[in-house]
Design a protein around this ligand. Structure first.
Ligand code: HSE
Length: 464
């Protein structure tokens, strides 16, 4: 489909006043792989904003061909004028297409399709975080060799231009840390549970209906999707290769309404955070539910919205906020990449913004720290017999391991129960000591069942 309109764009003027009208005769032909939520969003945004986009890019962007599994499906986007095919390889091998937009998701066949597009010297725009996080090193190396671009703004935090911001806007900084709510589905679930007391499964079903959730929603709930995005952010923030397999990943499925309530009582809110932090000896790369003080702006990022806090040594803390999923917001990022690619079509491949922000031969080998070496504060919840000496036993174990207590809360026993909930907040300590403490506490006769542990971060501006 041609997204161009018959109306002629305003020309630009050279310094001598001569009109150099945009070359409407030569639109850039693109092919889209996948017409799902984001694919249709991209078709819609390209059609709706065709004029503005062409004025920005300098050329019109025309969707020549698109692939979709079911050609007869009713779609919420206009497809007249687009050659629809079932086989994505037809699109990738179409010699008239200059840019491939990969919106299929997953590893197979997306990886092979992108590799083929690169081999054919086509530029690629993708929203595929799983693929970039797990195979990005190899894909970027191939693209570098062929002198083509692989743009992936839509892979992280939906519509928020966070890749552009970290890679280019903050390029003068030494990035110290970043922390983000980078899974819309998970944030939507936690928000609805907290505000409306809704059931986990019911909210998840709604997120699936709205097109927020991944094809396999355990990716959202168990933190894998957030870890893909964090892996990408850490690579461009610190100039390290993509290392998804070294990320610590914990989801939200074990968070109870009780924990949400106790956290509130103590002045905190539970958010599912991705944290990447440069520390002595390496980089922390971790995704887990986290208590954060209610007064932080990011604690008020609710529903499907995402937010990423980035601390640079020069700029200080910065906060980027916006819709983290959904058709139009993600399409906003896809189209921004398309415009970047179109503008750079004629540039020297050696002088483009490097895929991972740092020159490929200047990446660092800073190690990713194992979780046992990471230092955080903790929220602990346990059920204990209501009798003298119990608290003393627990605090002795913590004290012996050098774990300092910040607050303790003992609640009324639940009806018909002889055990009382005890909540403890600790100061910062290495995870290996906390693991040892929890193991010892769980062996006490006076403690019923296991100890629930949620990490806690204050996200202070002077956190380095
Ligand atoms: N499933 C993802 C989310 C979609 O909920 O954030 C955007 O990457």
């Amino acid at each position: 489909m041609s997204v161009s309109s018959e109306k002629k764009l305003h020309g630009r003027r050279k310094s001598d006043g001569q009109d150099i009208s945009l070359d409407l005769a030569k639109p850039v032909s693109i092919g889209i792989l996948g017409l799902g939520t984001v694919g249709c969003g991209t078709v819609n945004v390209l059609a709706r904003n065709a004029e503005e986009i062409a004025r920005r890019a300098g050329r019109r962007i025309e969707i020549m061909q698109a692939s979709a599994r079911d050609l007869n499906k009713k779609r919420p986007c206009p497809t007249h004028g687009i050659k629809l095919v079932q086989d994505p390889w037809d699109v990738v091998r179409n010699p008239d297409i200059e840019v491939i937009v990969e919106l299929i998701g997953g590893t197979d066949p997306a990886r092979a399709l992108i590799r083929e597009a690169i081999a054919q010297r086509k530029h690629v725009v993708t929203a595929n975080k799983a693929l970039i996080a797990t195979h990005g090193n190899e894909i970027f190396a191939a693209a570098q060799k062929r002198g083509v671009m692989v743009a992936f703004e839509a892979a992280v935090a939906g519509g928020i231009p966070i890749i552009k911001a970290v890679r280019e806007g903050l390029t003068g900084n030494r990035i110290e840390w970043l922390a983000g709510i980078i899974n819309g589905t998970g944030n939507f679930i936690l928000t609805e549970m907290r505000e409306k007391g809704r059931d986990f499964d019911d909210v998840l079903a709604e997120a699936q209906r709205l097109g927020y959730a991944e094809a396999d929603p355990t990716f959202d709930i168990e933190g894998i999707d957030a870890a893909h995005k964090l892996t990408i952010l850490a690579a461009i923030a610190f100039g390290i290769p993509l290392q998804f397999d070294k990320a610590y990943v914990e989801g939200i499925s074990r968070i109870t309404r009780e924990d949400v309530m106790y956290a509130e009582e103590l002045g905190y809110c539970i958010k599912h955070l991705g944290i990447a932090r440069r520390v002595d000896g390496g980089v922390e790369l971790r995704v887990h539910p986290t208590l954060i003080p209610n007064r932080r702006i990011i604690a008020n990022v609710d529903g499907v919205m995402n937010a990423v806090l980035v601390k640079g040594d020069a700029v200080g803390p910065t906060l980027f906020y916006g819709a983290g999923a959904g058709a139009d917001p993600t399409a906003s990022a896809v189209v921004a990449d398309l415009v970047d690619v179109v503008r750079a079509l004629t540039t020297d491949p050696n002088n483009r913004v490097p895929h991972l922000a740092f020159q490929p031969d200047a990446l660092s080998d800073l190690p990713i720290l194992p979780m046992e070496q990471v230092e955080t504060s903790y929220y602990l919840r346990m059920r204990a017999d209501d009798r003298p000496g119990v608290l003393a036993d627990v605090t002795r174990i913590l004290g012996d391991l050098g774990i300092s207590i910040e607050a303790i809360l003992q609640k009324e026993p639940h009806e018909d129960e002889s055990v009382v909930p005890i909540i403890i907040l600790t100061h910062r300590i290495k995870e290996e000591y906390m693991n040892a403490a929890i193991a010892q506490i769980e062996t006490l006769d006076v403690i019923a069942g296991s100890v629930a542990r949620i990490r806690l971060e204050h996200l202070r501006r002077d956190w380095i």
